[in-house]
Design a protein around this ligand. Structure first.
Ligand code: MOS
Length: 752
């Protein structure tokens, strides 16, 4: 078994640092020196065998014949697993535990029948002594299929459209306020625009990978996940093993972006094969397999209708979303949900509808809902501003709501206007070309664009444990993950501040299902939720230390009032007397003290509408002949509560903004409409922005503290940078060219 994941702040990492300071990542040195161990790399006691998945070469149909004889005879091969010999698994969807949302608990059997539901769905697993041997043997498997016609066109005019029960994250499918159709039809100014967004794929640098090892009926899985509890629950259902018998270990993760929230085939394959062989087995998805097997953002058509009076006051807002989903499993991205809270208007309608395709299901992809939804809404608002001859910022300010326009409750805090004003000043918005297509520098047309950002602020229930030993060393423990976002660092900062100890006295242990349960990393709730649990655990630990210090026979502070405890500079002061924690603990608790704390979503999540806000500004240049659009500079200004660490926060937000640039200009997973496979399934052909595409991105924060969401006053930021960022770029392309492309991405062929 591998040693426990332990990350310790190094002395070089600004020992005095506290919440709100730009502390370097405490896990940074481990990562850049190769000592951080990822899912596929863990060394475990017994050498694992290597699995290689063979995917189906059809998208819908069934396997008629599968001949594995040659593969089984190939060098190094230990096992060839297909639907004919895979261990019995429950039907898809059967759930055995309810400790995480049902979608994560569903049994997801692999190699379970001759049915093929999507292209590249696993049809065989070859296990060999080396990966190369397994891969070679996988190619020797002969398959004969019966292919059935499938649905592969996300915009097919004759597709059957249906209404899902709920959208992702439990948001209602539709919302209706006032008389949208009536108000829109009589509005003096109308925008009625349809936008298309393609399939998009999140492809973390680290592909999905797992090492599975059984000891009797107990399973340990080293893997890469955003939420260990989800993988534990999904495996429990799929393997029919009690969740408490499954340990998930995931201390370092090479990026998640929503792709690592749910159980995927490589982990199930590894667990099944390891059980059959009674030997550890490791399996990773190849980069190409990631595209079909690790989810995607669904393709969409969105219709936005805006009715306004001649002063630009919105009277009607309508946002209708039509998205693709899988035939075998529903996923409804909540793309019209941000529209429910962004602008005031008495008459409103949002709807979500789905069409079934024979692809894998969609998944949560960074800023699920907002990334796609705001690409439509915030471009439509820009179109309205143009029609009215109004500054897009002035139009947005005119429609700033007093309260949440659909829920009717106040916002916990809402500093969108401040973000726009500060951003306009910093960016030089007043110098923008007022007439589209009017500014030229050599062969480049120059344009400015902006858009608003909104993202719900959430809190996921969970807990954390904080312990202090007799040497004054503090250990923070939670099953929370750090997917590259900086969790280790901010949790150390919170504990250091709350306990009044230097940062280098803190070590943080994460990503292990044996540690206190959290909601993991996802939905931008990771930092606030886990930091809240650590904050509360520290308060409980303080009380425990103070109480012992005031009463313990060996305590130099005995007899003091425990209520007047101050923790600072590594010492506890009770009233007038003070003692270092190290000396104190050695006397009163040589075995150390520990406490747990939890994060609970309170009533304020019902009585306030909670969101983070921001404003994006982009300048682009478009080649006058080729139509090539290039970002020149970009600014994001954000109001996201108290910023726990401006350095990691800035990195998160820049990353999100780069996603927006990709969505606006480059990203598209192309589905072959004849055979149903994703054609550009690698990072050579799936275009994402690279360094040369991102010249100058700036991030600013509007100071904000929000006491409604959590005791730290913080809000989530992971998705926020991506919310509206694409629309700012798209609006800049329009401003540069006078051409409004509503079919994303805005590639050069669509501009001129
Ligand atoms: Mo979030 S969809 O887990 O980036």
């Amino acid at each position: 078994m591998t040693s426990d994941p332990i990350v310790q702040a190094t002395a070089g990492a600004a020992p005095g640092a506290r919440i709100g300071q730009p502390v370097d990542r405490i896990d940074g040195i481990l990562k850049v020196t190769g000592r951080a161990t990822y899912g596929y790399e863990h060394r475990i006691g017994r050498a694992p065998a290597h699995g290689c998945i063979l995917g189906a070469s059809i998208a819908r149909g069934r396997i008629l014949e599968i001949d594995v004889r040659e593969a089984e005879r190939a060098p190094g091969v230990i096992l060839v697993m297909t639907h004919r010999n895979a261990p019995d698994q429950p039907e898809f969807g059967a759930a055995v535990t309810a400790t995480v949302p049902e979608v994560f608990t569903r049994a997801r059997p692999v190699l379970a029948s001759e049915r093929v539901r999507y292209h590249d769905e696993p049809v065989a697993l070859v296990v060999a002594e080396s990966f190369e041997e397994a891969r070679h043997a996988a190619r020797l498997i002969r398959l004969r299929y019966e292919t059935e016609p499938g649905a592969f066109d996300p915009v097919a005019p004759d597709a059957e459209i249906y209404r899902p029960g709920r959208t992702n994250a439990g948001f209602p499918t539709d919302s209706e306020h006032g008389d949208f159709e009536g108000a829109f039809s009589v509005a003096p100014v109308q925008i009625d625009a349809s936008y298309r967004t393609p399939f998009e794929s999140h492809n973390p640098m680290e592909p999905h990978a797992a090492i599975a090892e059984w000891e009797g009926d107990r399973l340990t899985v080293h893997t890469a996940t955003q939420t260990v509890a989800n993988i534990q629950a999904g495996l429990a259902s799929t393997l029919r093993v009690p969740p408490e018998n499954i340990r998930i270990v995931s201390p370092f993760i090479g990026g998640g972006f929503g792709a690592k929230l749910i159980l995927h085939p490589e982990t199930i394959c590894a667990a099944l094969a390891a059980r059959v062989l009674n030997r550890p087995v490791k399996v990773a998805l190849t980069r190409q397999q990631m595209f079909a097997n690790a989810g995607h953002r669904p393709a969409m058509r969105q219709r936005v209708r805006l009715g306004a009076d001649r002063d630009g006051r919105l009277t009607a807002i309508g946002h209708e979303v039509l998205a693709s989903t899988a035939r075998f499993e529903e996923f409804a991205e909540q793309s019209a949900v941000p529209t429910r809270a962004l602008y005031a208007a008495p008459n409103r309608r949002t709807t979500h509808r789905l069409i079934r395709l024979d692809t894998n299901r969609g998944e949560w992809m960074r800023a699920p809902g907002e990334a796609s939804g705001l690409l439509a809404l915030e471009c439509a608002i820009d179109e309205l501003a143009e029609r009215l001859g109004l500054d897009p910022i002035a139009l947005r300010i005119r429609n700033e709501p007093e309260r949440d326009p659909e829920l009717g409750v106040p916002f916990s805090s809402r500093n969108l206007v401040a973000c726009m004003r500060v951003g306009a000043e910093r960016f030089g918005w007043r110098d923008r070309p007022l007439r589209p297509g009017s500014r030229r520098e050599g062969r480049w047309l120059i344009g400015y664009g902006m858009a608003a950002a909104i993202r719900g602020n959430y809190l996921g229930p969970g807990s954390a444990r904080v312990a202090i030993d007799a040497a004054g060393q503090v250990t923070v423990q939670a099953d929370m993950t750090d997917i590259g976002t900086g969790t280790y660092t901010i949790l150390a900062q919170v504990a250091a501040e709350r306990l009044g100890v230097p940062l280098d006295a803190i070590r943080v242990m994460l990503g292990d299902s044996r540690l206190p349960r959290t909601a993991g990393s996802g939905g931008s709730w990771g930092a606030t939720s886990s930091a809240t649990a650590v904050h509360n655990a520290c308060l409980a630990l303080r009380q425990r230390i103070a109480t012992a210090a005031a009463s313990h026979a060996a305590s130099p502070l005995r007899g003091s009032n425990a209520i007047e405890a101050h923790f600072a500079d590594g010492a506890l002061r009770l009233g007038a007397r003070s003692e270092s924690l190290e000396r104190l603990l050695a006397r009163i608790a040589p075995e150390g003290l520990a406490a747990e704390g939890s994060a609970v979503r309170g009533e304020t999540y019902r009585t306030y509408s909670q969101h983070a806000f921001g404003a994006h500004f982009a300048e682009v240049a478009v080649d006058i002949d080729s139509g090539e659009a290039r970002l020149r500079r970009m600014l994001g200004v954000f109001a996201a509560g108290r910023i726990l660490n401006p350095k990691t926060a800035r990195s998160q937000l820049i990353g999100g903004m780069v996603w927006g640039v990709g969505a606006a200009l480059m990203e598209e997973t192309v589905l072959d409409r004849r055979h149903g496979h994703f054609v550009n399934h690698d990072l050579a052909e799936y275009h994402v922005p690279v360094h040369a595409d991102i010249p100058d991105v700036d991030v600013m924060f509007v100071p904000e503290e929000d006491d409604k969401g959590n005791p730290l006053g913080a809000k989530g930021i992971g998705e926020l940078g991506n919310c509206g960022a694409g629309a700012a770029v798209a609006n800049a392309v329009y401003n540069a060219t006078g051409v409004r492309v509503r079919d994303f991405p805005i590639t050069l062929d669509k501009i001129f």
